[in-house]
Design a binder for this molecule. Structure first.
Ligand code: FAD
Ligand code: SF4
Ligand code: SF4
Length: 482
């Protein structure tokens, strides 16, 4: 082993080639090319095979990273793939869009020792893309029929992961989603330059081919109540994500030209997937020729600024009230945005949307500074008096985060308990909500989070639903025997 591994002192870190900013700005394709085989093996060989691998501890799926890195270094790619997919339903998705700098790679000991982290995400993407190319990804095979059905509300990563696991266990699975395609935010939120859509489609097609039934264009609350769904299925899993956009509560915040981030991204993703959208390119959700200001500092804001650049905006500015070190989005995404020409106004908060007759023409902003840490330990931003400034802005995109929708009302289920933030309350171990037989997973429980956590929750929820249904099957059998 030692011969092939521990090469971090002689082999510098390198990522797959990144397309030049001027070239990649012209399309919505992913910005990284694939690793060539030899490069993947060389980069994997930099791993020092830690006895206590912090990379693995900090991966929400506890992926067996050191082992699949060693197999990749040794050219045993099919085995590396088998190991990687054993703990994740979408490893090639995580390899592309996990904020690795905050998770596995950010905790790699080689990074800590100043040699540059092992490129874990890029290797994960490589081995799993290779598996798809080589036909190693097997069709989904349903387990022996259990004679029970599970309804899943939401076809995002949490719902899809649970669907896959439950189908493998032999349950009949129906996934309901109000969109016309499955994938949740993988399809409609995250742009193609981070995650090309065919990567998601091949995963959802595998589920449909394996017998998972998708009922699309079906909104729970409009097309059925939760109680009706509960009648139809032996268990229900709610994995609806969080979608209520936080508002821009400043004077003029309701002007024409002020739009919600997800409306903006969904329209752009639809165009990328070839959907007809009459007048889209001349409408309020298209950035060509406009001065765009995106308010916010998370992943959504980064996706909006980079989308606006690709649509041909005249100028794109990101306004964030804290500084670079304190922004919630991935540092890697900020670097990509800067390379593509986005200007960042750190320590700045919107004060008013300016313009005539409620048509946005500009944004007046207050300069901020970071005050003393509050009870949570985070420094709160404070205004600097007399330092306001104005930006030209005829398209202002609100990317201030998301809250849960009011599910008890929408689902006509007043007994569905929610936290004070509106997220669904689910028991930590059983993952069951306050309604027996109704489970919850993903962002609707955690609040806006990450794809990798949704996958983790989907796996845990499938196991919890199975435990619940098995216990009921045993109880039914006992009753029948009496
Ligand atoms: P979702 O993916 O939101 O899926 C929920 C599904 O439920 C949706 O398809 C929705 O249509 C459906 N639904 C909702 N209500 C109903 C209803 N009443 N009836 C029927 N269907 C319903 N995470 C990362 O790890 N990396 C990133 O780079 C990243 N970028 C992001 C970029 C953007 C713009 C956004 C918004 C989020 C990003 N995230 C990222 C976060 C990540 O996408 C989410 O944490 C993850 O998708 C949550 O998964 P989920 O399955 O819980 O919910
Ligand atoms: Fe890293 Fe995410 Fe892959 Fe885990 S799932 S190894 S955190 S990229
Ligand atoms: Fe390898 Fe880094 Fe993980 Fe250690 S922490 S096992 S060096 S990837």
């Amino acid at each position: 082993m030692a011969e092939r591994m521990l090469k971090f002192t002689v082999t510098p870190r390198s990522t797959p080639p990144k397309r030049d900013a001027d070239v990649r700005k012209a399309d919505f394709h992913e910005i990284y090319a694939d690793f060539i085989d030899q490069k993947a093996s060389e980069q994997a060989s930099r791993c020092s095979q830690c006895g206590v691998p912090y990379c693995q501890t900090h991966c929400p799926l506890h992926n067996n990273i050191p082992d699949w890195l060693r197999m990749t270094a040794e050219g045993r790619l099919q085995e590396a793939y088998a190991l990687s997919q054993a703990t994740s339903s979408m490893p090639e998705v995580c390899g592309r869009i996990c904020p690795q700098d905050r998770l596995c790679e950010g905790n790699c000991v080689i990074e800590q020792s100043g040699h540059g982290t092992v490129t874990i995400g890029a290797v994960e993407r490589y081995i799993n893309d290779k598996a798809w190319e080589e036909g190693w990804v097997q069709p989904l095979v349903a387990g022996p029929d259990r004679g029970r059905s599970v309804g899943i509300v939401g076809a995002g990563p949490a719902g899809l992961t649970a669907a896959e696991r439950l189908r493998e266990m032999g349950y009949a699975v129906t996934v309901y989603d109000r969109h016309d395609r499955p994938g949740g935010l993988l399809t409609y939120g995250i742009p193609g330059f981070k995650l090309e859509k065919p990567v998601v489609e091949r995963r959802t097609r595998r589920l449909a081919d394996g017998g998972v039934e998708f009922k699309l264009g079906f909104e729970v609350g409009r097309d059925a109540t939760l109680a009706e769904l509960r009648e139809r299925h032996d268990a229900v899993l709610v994995a609806t994500g969080v979608y209520k956009a936080r508002d821009l509560t400043v004077p003029g915040g309701g002007s024409d030209g002020v739009v919600a981030a997800l409306d903006y991204l969904i329209a752009s993703n639809r165009e990328d997937m070839g959907d007809e959208q009459p007048n889209y390119r001349h409408g309020p959700l298209y950035a060509a020729g406009k001065n765009v200001v995106v308010v916010g500092g998370g992943d959504t804001a980064m996706d909006c600024v980079r989308t606006a650049i690709r649509q041909g905006a005249a100028a794109v500015t990101c306004l964030y009230r804290r500084d670079r070190a304190n922004m919630p989005g991935s540092a890697r995404e900020v670097a990509h945005a800067e390379e593509e020409g986005v200007v960042f106004e750190w320590l700045a908060a919107p004060r008013a949307v300016t313009g005539e007759a409620l048509h946005a023409a500009g944004l007046r902003a207050a300069r901020m500074r970071l005050g003393p840490p509050d009870a949570s330990g985070r420094q709160a931003p404070e205004e600097v008096e007399g330092a306001d400034f104005e930006l030209k802005a005829d398209l202002i995109i609100k990317a201030l985060g998301f809250d849960p929708e009011d599910l008890p009302t929408a689902f006509a289920a007043p007994d569905l308990a929610v936290s004070r933030w509106g997220t669904l309350k689910a028991d930590f171990r059983s993952m069951m909500t306050s309604i027996p037989g109704v489970f919850a997973a993903g962002d609707i429980v955690r609040g806006a989070s990450l794809v990798v956590w949704a996958i983790r929750d989907g796996r845990d929820a499938a196991a919890a639903v199975d435990r619940y249904l098995q216990a009921h099957a045993s109880a039914d059998a006992l009753l029948a025997a009496e």
